[in-house]
Write a protein that binds this ligand. Structure first.
Ligand code: ACO
Length: 448
């Protein structure tokens, strides 16, 4: 089987969102902290009629329809999510309603979860399935769906919500270079959800930033080693056209790319020019530990990597800056941003992806792009994604309304016996929404 990877993509995000500039003022944060400091423009959130199940049903239905894929042709369905609605029943089982209707119940796969990494686990499972002896010739389908909400405090502006669906099979326009892949997994308490009565995580923000960057370094080192063994030459940032990072907030993505550049400098890559060498030399003797703490290194490396950031990273930042952290969907929304923006020039190019999930699990992997053939072509994917129109048709909500919604959802989390407002005024036609939860905690959805 050749070129196994992503044949088709679609994204759904709630039409309700709050401007970071308004939230900043509302929270009494200093002006520019969320917009320039975190690098975020806007944050999507689920109103009381939407959740990770409704969003995933909306996006799967939409993908099957827009690419004209017969639901009978799906042989594996995997969901990545860290938003817990039920500790036993997988989100995948709710999605089965779509397939049962057409008589297809022969679909392997369940949910994967580990913070923001579950989507990558689901994707790798599907790709491995298609590449394996157990493949039955049908498509894999991956769904990443999350609603990221934080308690009041400094983490709150780093929320977001979205669902992404990706169709997996051979001869894909976005295919895996399966040999170029490296992981870093370890036990840490940087971000976790031990309180089963609350949707909010316990988070050590500073530790999570350092863990993310350490995991990135470790993956990149091993990725470069593997590449060098297989390709017989050194790997540096000049060997990929785009770098796509898991994006909790944009500033961390800026720091991440600068970190790769610093790694290239430390590995004496020929692609690092003299001016950059000059500016980074003062930091060449830092220990690993010191290098994560050095603000001067952070600034200097961001400055020397800036021109490459603009070319190789900036195109992936549109959706993450506009929607916020979508947890499992965040990395793939960043990939979707590149495909949407650059589809006509991606043929033959390479995209390196970095997936991070707190706790922690992380993988760096490589994708090769080709134009593909309709309906599974880059240009068709871009037109289905329809990012600009989807973003422009959103409804900016006042911060007060956002905070009220979160308060209501704190009461609704884990509750039974309630009806929602069924207010679908803002939802686009075809969107699924929650109508009620009965006395047995069973959830009921309708479609606009
Ligand atoms: N104008 C411009 N920039 C400002 C301003 C201002 N008025 N005020 C602050 N800043 C800058 C800061 O200098 C800092 O940037 P820097 O790191 O380049 O110096 C940035 O804004 C953030 O300010 P901090 O004081 O560092 O923010 P704080 O500690 O209050 O919160 C944090 C940030 C830790 C990221 C918090 O939002 C959080 O905990 N988020 C959730 C955890 C997270 O997302 N971790 C990432 C990896 S794990 C995951 O994916 C969940």
């Amino acid at each position: 089987r050749k070129d196994v990877g992503i044949l088709a993509m679609d994204i759904y995000f709630p039409p309700t969102c709050v401007l970071q500039e308004a939230l900043e003022a509302h929270d009494g944060a200093s002006k520019g902290k969320y917009t320039i400091g975190l690098g975020q423009d806007c944050m999507a959130f689920c109103s009381e009629v939407e959740d990770v199940i409704s969003m995933s049903m909306t996006v799967v239905t939409s993908l099957l329809k827009k690419y004209k894929v017969d639901p009978k042709l799906i042989g594996r369905l995997e969901v990545g999510s860290e938003t817990v609605i039920d500790k036993s029943k997988s989100i995948k089982t709710w999605l089965m309603q779509i397939f049962e209707e057409c008589g297809n119940t022969d679909i392997e796969g369940v949910d994967s979860s580990n913070a923001c990494y579950g989507g990558t686990a689901a994707l790798l499972n599907c790709v491995n399935w298609v590449e394996s002896n157990s493949w039955d010739g049908r498509y894999g389908l991956v769904v990443c769906t999350d609603s990221a909400v934080y308690a009041e405090g400094p983490a709150r502006p780093t929320g977001g919500a979205a669902a992404i669906a990706m169709l997996i099979g051979p001869n894909a326009p976005i295919s895996f270079e399966s040999k170029y892949k490296a992981s870093h997994m370890a036990h840490v308490y940087d971000f976790y959800k031990p309180d089963l009565a609350s949707e909010y995580p316990v988070v050590d923000g500073k530790l999570s930033q350092t863990c993310y960057l350490m995991a990135l370094d470790s993956c990149y080192r091993q990725f470069c080693n593997k590449y060098e063994k297989l390709a017989g030459k050194q790997f540096s940032v000049s060997d990929a056209d785009f770098f796509v990072f898991h994006s909790p907030y944009n500033k961390l993505v800026q720091k991440s790319f600068a970190r790769l550049f610093y790694n290239d400098f430390m590995r004496s890559c020929s692609s690092v020019d003299n001016d950059a060498k000059e500016k980074l030399r003062p930091f060449s003797k830092l220990t690993g530990e010191e290098s994560y703490q050095s603000r001067d290194l952070e600034k200097a490396s961001q400055q020397v990597a800036k021109h490459l950031y603009d070319i190789k990273v900036q195109p992936s930042t549109l959706l993450p800056k506009q929607i916020g952290n979508m947890y499992t969907a965040s990395l793939y929304a960043a990939l979707a941003s590149v495909v949407y923006d650059k589809h006509s020039s991606l043929d033959g190019q390479r995209i390196v992806m970095f997936s991070y999930g707190s706790g922690l699990t992380s993988t760096m992997f490589s994708l090769k792009l080709s134009n593909g053939q309709d309906p599974f072509s880059l240009s068709n994917i871009a037109s289905v994604l329809n990012v600009t129109e989807k973003l422009e048709s959103r409804h900016m909500t006042l911060p007060e309304k956002f905070v009220d919604t979160l308060k209501l959802m704190e009461h609704r989390y884990g509750a039974k016996n309630f009806e929602t407002s069924k207010d679908t005024a803002l939802l686009p036609p075809g969107t699924f929404y929650l109508t009620r939860v009965d006395s047995m905690y069973r959830r009921f959805y309708d479609r606009k």
